[in-house]
Design a protein around this ligand. Structure first.
Ligand SMILES: Nc1ncnc2c1ncn2[C@@H]1O[C@H](COP(=O)(O)OP(=O)(O)O)[C@@H](O)[C@H]1O
Ligand SMILES: [Mg+2]
Length: 196
């Protein structure tokens, strides 16, 4: 689990977008799971992203015209598959959202929407999760729960989690901290608070 930290406007989100193939960098290369994604064409990259990468953003990136369950089903629909309903119901129960699945996501609180976004990532069983200030819009308690889930993805499920954060507390829980300043990485090799 890696934290990306740095002042506002320093390039944290840009770095995350380049790492996850959402944005093209003008130089350098990005290698994920042994594949150089900077060499991939658009359709290969899209397939790779759908299969292996998950995203959690500050603004939840849920489809507001859909219900909770439809949002969870989206990554499967895009792959021509069906939502695994039992697993999906289990996750909704875990997140305390079991009564909400037929509701439009716009009727949910911020904390609930972020948990739907997380449930969607968990359900799609990707290898790498990129999170851009996932607790930024949440109260402390909801934020702590979201971080707990991200951490357990790394610790219990062996996933790679890359999280952009302003919070020293969040960064301190990560295995590694990457500091960004004025568009440059200061300390790519630094160890995080887990050791300190
Ligand atoms: N390495 C870079 N080279 C060129 N432009 C960059 C670089 N890093 C960031 N920027 C630009 O700086 C601005 C702020 O970056 P952003 O990633 O949104 O910062 P942060 O997420 O840290 O607040 C954006 O307009 C982005 O395009
Ligand atoms: Mg940002």
């Amino acid at each position: 689990m890696t934290a990306i930290v740095g002042p506002s406007g320093s390039g944290k989100s840009t770095l995350l977008y380049c790492l996850s193939g959402l944005e093209k960098s003008v130089s350098g290369l990005v290698s994920l799971l042994g594949k150089e994604i900077t060499q991939m064409g658009v359709s290969e990259l899209t397939r790779f992203r759908r299969r292996h990468l998950g995203f959690v953003f500050q603004s939840y990136n849920l489809i507001t015209s859909m219900t909770v369950e439809e949002n969870l089903a989206l990554p499967f629909t895009l792959r021509g598959k069906r939502l695994p309903r039992q697993k999906s119901d289990e996750l909704l129960r875990y997140f305390g959202l079991e009564g909400q699945k037929k509701k439009s996501v716009t009727l949910l609180s911020g904390g609930e929407q972020q948990r739907v976004a997380l449930a969607r990532v968990l359900l799609s069983d990707v290898d790498i999760i990129f999170a851009d200030e996932p607790t930024g819009a949440l109260d402390q308690e909801s934020g702590a729960k979201v971080m707990q889930v991200l951490k357990s993805l790394a610790v219990d499920s062996g996933k790679t989690v890359v999280v952009v954060t302003h919070s020293d507390e969040v960064a301190g829980q990560c295995d590694r901290i990457v500091e960004v300043r004025d568009g440059h990485v200061l300390n790519a090799d630094a160890e995080g608070g887990a050791r300190a």
